[in-house]
Design a protein around this ligand. Structure first.
Ligand SMILES: Nc1nc(=O)c2c([nH]1)NC[C@@H]1CN(c3ccc(C(=O)N[C@@H](CCC(=O)O)C(=O)O)cc3)C=[N+]21
Length: 290
């Protein structure tokens, strides 16, 4: 028996079509579109495709991305903070996202802290992370929100189920663990120092993998019938010199034991972008009524 493939790309397209309608009617009622500014500093090659995707998809749903900027790697932290201050004060900007990683000479914590929490569409400001910990409404980080949406659309039950998260980053592992907990799962977080990873992963009804290690999870580590969400995106080069994208899960073997699995690409990645756009629309509406 082979697993159901959870098609994140198709789900993303459906949600973006809904967002397009909503943005159109907001534009008609309030006279301006939602605005998103994606700030990309330097030339990290991995960031290029993601940033392009965010701007392109934003534009496709009618969000104004004119204030997105590609900044030179030599930009100082002070200059970046000053730019964020201007965008915080700009009434046409509803969302600000600083693409990570930043160049070494810039302290990303200080930069993320500077974004006005109500414009923090990445959900990485301490205020929004604090709201998540408290279970209060707020902007939720995009990749974790995308993971949760894939699970809910697929009708995967979480209450009372064992969810294992591999990875403890602030971008994915920690927030997704909190969101699973919010849905009454029994949550275990494993990471690079976990002693017997396989023993832990075999307990999982739902396995969320955000380890950043290509094809770390193999079939032997997965309980038959588990739902596997692969957050990893790794560009690998095979022995013939061809480059391709793989996740943190060995898709070909794990699909034989899992009940459902997300592919890479076309899984979580497109949902990350879609949740960013949804957050931008949420921020716009929130800012209108406040
Ligand atoms: N402040 C910040 N927020 C982020 O949300 C953030 C970040 N920094 N830094 C890097 C990661 C990575 N990320 C992805 C976005 C889109 C795809 C995506 O669209 N993937 C497609 C296409 C992949 C491809 O073809 O290259 C797919 O998986 O099918 C993937 C990964 C957002 N990130």
């Amino acid at each position: 028996m082979s697993a159901a493939i959870l098609d994140g790309k198709a789900l993303a397209a459906r949600i973006q079509a809904e967002l397009t309608c909503e943005v159109q009617s907001l534009q008609e009622r309030f006279g301006r579109p939602p605005g998103l500014s994606v700030l990309w500093v330097g030339d990290n090659p991995a960031s290029a495709a993601y940033v392009r995707n965010k701007n392109k998809s934003g534009q496709a749903v009618g969000i104004d991305v004119a204030k997105s900027q590609h900044l030179k790697a030599s930009l100082s932290e002070t200059q970046l903070l000053a730019l964020i201050d201007r965008l915080n004060a700009d009434l046409t900007v509803d969302g600000i996202l600083v693409q990570l990683p930043l160049p070494e000479h810039i302290d990303s914590g200080r930069v993320l802290n500077r974004i006005a929490p109500e414009k923090d569409v990445d959900g990485l400001h301490p205020v929004n992370l604090g709201r998540l910990v408290r279970g209060e409404p707020g902007l939720r980080s995009c990749t974790p929100a995308g993971v949760m949406r894939i699970l809910s659309e697929a009708g995967v039950p979480l209450a009372g189920k064992t969810a294992v998260v591999i990875g403890r980053s602030i971008l994915v592992g920690k927030p997704v663990a909190l969101m699973l907990l919010e849905k009454d799962a029994t949550v275990i977080t494993a990471h690079s120092r976990t002693a017997d990873l396989s023993a832990i992963t075999q307990m999982a009804d739902v396995l969320v993998v955000a380890a950043g290690r290509p094809e770390l999870v193999t079939a032997a580590m997965v309980r038959p019938g588990a739902v596997v969400i692969d957050v990893g995106i790794n560009r690998v080069t095979d022995y013939e010199g061809n480059s391709r994208l793989v996740g943190d899960v060995d898709f070909d073997s794990v699909r034989e034991v899992a009940a459902a699995i997300t592919p890479v690409p076309r899984g979580v990645g497109p949902m990350t972008v879609t949740m960013l756009l949804a957050n931008t629309v949420q921020s716009y509406k929130q800012r209108l009524i406040e």
